[in-house]
Design a protein around this ligand. Structure first.
Ligand SMILES: [Zn+2]
Length: 276
C-alpha cells in the first residue's frame, strides 16, 4: 500500500453532533470546501465520549473495544488487544516518526490510547492551549506523522446551555477560530498541502434531554464527518459514514494495513478510484 498523504491530522469536536453548519465556522468551511463532508454520519451507542472516541480510535463498536468513561479514566487500553488504536498502528508502521495527541478530556491520553504509543501527549485545561502545543510540536524542522486534537468546550457548553443554544453555537465558532490559528501555523510551515485532515464530532446531544447526551436519539447519534486532502473527492458518501471508519481512513491514507479485526472501512466515494 502506498501512502497518499505525508501526515494526518484528526480534529475532534466533542459534543458538536451535526451542528457545525448552524454556527459561524469560516475556517472549517474553507478547509472542507471542495472536500468531503457529511452531516449524517453515525457515532457509537451509547453516545458517550469514552465509547465514541473509543470506537473512533480502535475501529470497532463499544461491544468490542470495551471502553467507557470510567474504564478510560482508570486504566490504559491493553496493548495486546486485537483492536489496536490507529495511533498504535501508525506508530508501529512509522516508529521513527512523531505521533501526537492533544486532548482537553484526559481519558483519551490516559486510557483510550495505549501506553508507549504517543511521543507527544498534552492534556489541556482549556482548548486554546492546543494552539501553543502545535507551535511546540512543529518548531524548528520538526514534522509529525499523525496528530489528534480533542476540543472539549463545545460539549461543556451543551451541558451548560443546551445543544443548539446560541451560546453553544458561539463555542463552536470559538473552536473554529482556534482551528484557524492552527491552520495558519501549518500553512506558514508548508505543512498543509500533503496533509490529510479529518474533522468530526464524537456525539451530539439534546436528543432525549436538552442538556445531555447518551441516548440513541438521532440528535445524539448523528455527527458531522469531514475529510480533506490528497486524493479526497468532494461530496458525500452513498452510505452513512460510521465513527469507527475514521480508523480505516487514517490507516489507508498513510499506506498502513488495517488490523484484520477492525470493522472500520474506508467509505465508498471518499477517495479517487486511482488511489484506492
Ligand atoms: Zn458530555
Amino acid at each position: 500500500m502506498q501512502p497518499i498523504a505525508q501526515r494526518v491530522i484528526v480534529l475532534g469536536l466533542d459534543g458538536a453532533g451535526n451542528r457545525i453548519g448552524e454556527a459561524n465556522t469560516p475556517n472549517i468551511d474553507r478547509l472542507l470546501g471542495g472536500g468531503f463532508l457529511t452531516y449524517s454520519a453515525r457515532t457509537a451507542v451509547p453516545t458517550i465520549s469514552g465509547e465514541c472516541w473509543g470506537s473512533m480510535f480502535h475501529g470497532v463498536k463499544p461491544e468490542l473495544h470495551g471502553l467507557n468513561n470510567s474504564i478510560a479514566e482508570q486504566k490504559k487500553y491493553p496493548t495486546d488487544s486485537p483492536y489496536p488504536s490507529f495511533m498504535k498502528v501508525v506508530k508501529e508502521a512509522y516508529p521513527d516518526r512523531t505521533v501526537a495527541s492533544f486532548s482537553s478530556w484526559k481519558p483519551i491520553n490516559d486510557g483510550i490510547i495505549e501506553e508507549g504509543v504517543v511521543d507527544c501527549a498534552a492534556n489541556a485545561r482549556a482548548d486554546r492551549e492546543h494552539v501553543q502545543s502545535l507551535t511546540e510540536l512543529i518548531k524548528g524542522d520538526n514534522d509529525f506523522k499523525l496528530l489528534f486534537v480533542q476540543f472539549d468546550e463545545i460539549d461543556a457548553a451543551g451541558h451548560a446551555f443546551g445543544y443548539g443554544d446560541p451560546l453553544y453555537l458561539e463555542v463552536i465558532a470559538a473552536t473554529d477560530a482556534l482551528i484557524g490559528d492552527m491552520l495558519q501555523q501549518l500553512d506558514s510551515r508548508g505543512l498543509m498541502e500533503d496533509t490529510l485532515f479529518i474533522l468530526l464530532a464524537d456525539h451530539g446531544g439534546g436528543g432525549a434531554s436538552p442538556r445531555n447526551h447518551g441516548s440513541d436519539h438521532p440528535q445524539d447519534v448523528t455527527i458531522f464527518w469531514g475529510c480533506a486532502g490528497p486524493g479526497v473527492l468532494s461530496g458525500a458518501a452513498s452510505e452513512p459514514v460510521r465513527i469507527e471508519d475514521t480508523a480505516a481512513v487514517v490507516a489507508f491514507s498513510l499506506g498502513v494495513e488495517a488490523p484484520a479485526a477492525w470493522t472500520a472501512k474506508v467509505p465508498s466515494g471518499l477517495f479517487e478510484e486511482t488511489v484506492r
